[in-house]
Structure formats: structure tokens, C-alpha cells
Ligand binder design. Structure first.
Ligand code: IMP
Length: 198
């Protein structure tokens, strides 16, 4: 059973400032403040970003005795059978954007998607997960702008051909995996706080 959230502050456990900026923008539209808790936790190994986010949220909520939100994201490339997927963080650090472009050399099918799993957990309570997907294509070369992970090589569908890196945070959130997942979370969360403050 879900207990009651604390109120209009959302505690996002993350060390990634770009995730914070993007999440904050969405949550702000719902009248929610975002507090970034820069705490390192051990991430479980799993093929599922939902499971990774859920388990991080559950352990952090218990450790901090606080309702918390965590997010796990990944880039899934169709021609590479979903690689790097849940291993995106490691692959970004080791191969980087150049490495992905090299792996994609000679491949015409550039179809890919970003996925984001946003998890909310209460200490010793329920954990909820919200999934957001952004489909698109892997670019043939890096197009820089705002620097965040694989943004310079990902062209989202439904935009004008610019990479994520070239979009403003607002433009990216309108089509991104993270924007969609945080919107789903915010709608669920504000309906709970409305119940509390009615
Ligand atoms: P994490 O495990 O959720 O931190 O994300 C895995 C990796 O995917 C990160 O290290 C980033 O390089 C990359 N990533 C996640 N979300 C995005 C995004 O919105 N844009 C670009 N890269 C991202």
C-alpha cells in the first residue's frame, strides 16, 4: 500500500546534473520542487533499467529514511541488438560517442531508442516505476551543443533532424524518454498529494 508522499519536494538521488536539470524542468511544471541528493550508491547488475531504478530507489529510501526518486536510462540500438542498453554508462565511459559511431560504420539501419525508468520508493513501502521511451536514429557524425552523454549522436523522431544536444532542455523534454517518464511520475505523484491536502 502506498503511504502518503511528504509534499511538494521531490528528492532525486543522482550524481548527474543533466538529469537533475531535465527532471527539475518537468516537475516544476507540476508545481513540484526538485532536490538533488548527490549520494553514491551501489547499482545492481540487471538487463532491465526498470529493475535497476527500482532497486536503487528501494535501497536509498531505506538508507535515508526518505521518500526518494531515482532514474536509470539507456540507449538501445536496434542493429546492435539493443546494445549498449543497461550498460550505457560503462559504454559511454569506455567507448564514448566515437566508439558507437565506429560500431555503426557501414550500418544503414540507424534505428535506436532511449529509455528512462523513473522509480519512486518509500522507506519500507511500495516502489513504483514509470517508463519513458524516445525513438530516433543514430546520427552519422557527432553534432554538438549541450554536452550530455550520447546526446550529440541521437536524432529524435518527431523533431526537425537536430540531435538531442542541439535542443534546449524544454525542446528535449517534449520528446525525450526522461521528459515522458517524469511526466508520468509527476501526474501520479500530484494526484497523491492532492488526496493528502484536500
Ligand atoms: P544512467 O545509468 O541512467 O546514468 O545512464 C547511462 C548512460 O546513458 C549515461 O552515462 C549517459 O551517458 C547516457 N544517457 C542517459 N540518459 C541520456 C540522455 O538523456 N542523453 C544522453 N545520454 C544519456
Amino acid at each position: 500500500m502506498v503511504k502518503i508522499p511528504y509534499g511538494k519536494a521531490v528528492y532525486l538521488v543522482s550524481n548527474n546534473i543533466n538529469k537533475f536539470y531535465e527532471a527539475r524542468e518537468v516537475l516544476n511544471e507540476y508545481g513540484l520542487a526538485t532536490v538533488m541528493l548527490r549520494i553514491k550508491g551501489s547499482e545492481i547488475q540487471s538487463d532491465s533499467i526498470e529493475e535497476i531504478a527500482k532497486e536503487s530507489a528501494r535501497t536509498m529510501a531505506e538508507r535515508l529514511n526518505l521518500n526518494v526518486v531515482t532514474e536509470d536510462a539507456g540507449l538501445f540500438i536496434e542493429a546492435l541488438n539493443g546494445f549498449p542498453g543497461p550498460y550505457s554508462s560503462y559504454v559511454y565511459k569506455t567507448l564514448g560517442n566515437e566508439g558507437i559511431l565506429k560500431l555503426m560504420e557501414g550500418i544503414n539501419d540507424r534505428t535506436a531508442e532511449f529509455r528512462s525508468a523513473v522509480a519512486f520508493a518509500e522507506p519500507n513501502g511500495e516502489t513504483k516505476v514509470f517508463l519513458g521511451i524516445s525513438s530516433g536514429k543514430i546520427a552519422y557524425r557527432m553534432v554538438r551543443g549541450r554536452e550530455f552523454g550520447f546526446d550529440p549522436i541521437f536524432i529524435p523522431d518527431g523533431c526537425d533532424g537536430r540531435t538531442f544536444a542541439e535542443l534546449s532542455i524544454q525542446e528535449k523534454n517534449a520528446v525525450s524518454h526522461r521528459g515522458k517518464a517524469f511526466k508520468k511520475f509527476a501526474e501520479w505523484y500530484i494526484s497523491l498529494i492532492k488526496l493528502k491536502f484536500k
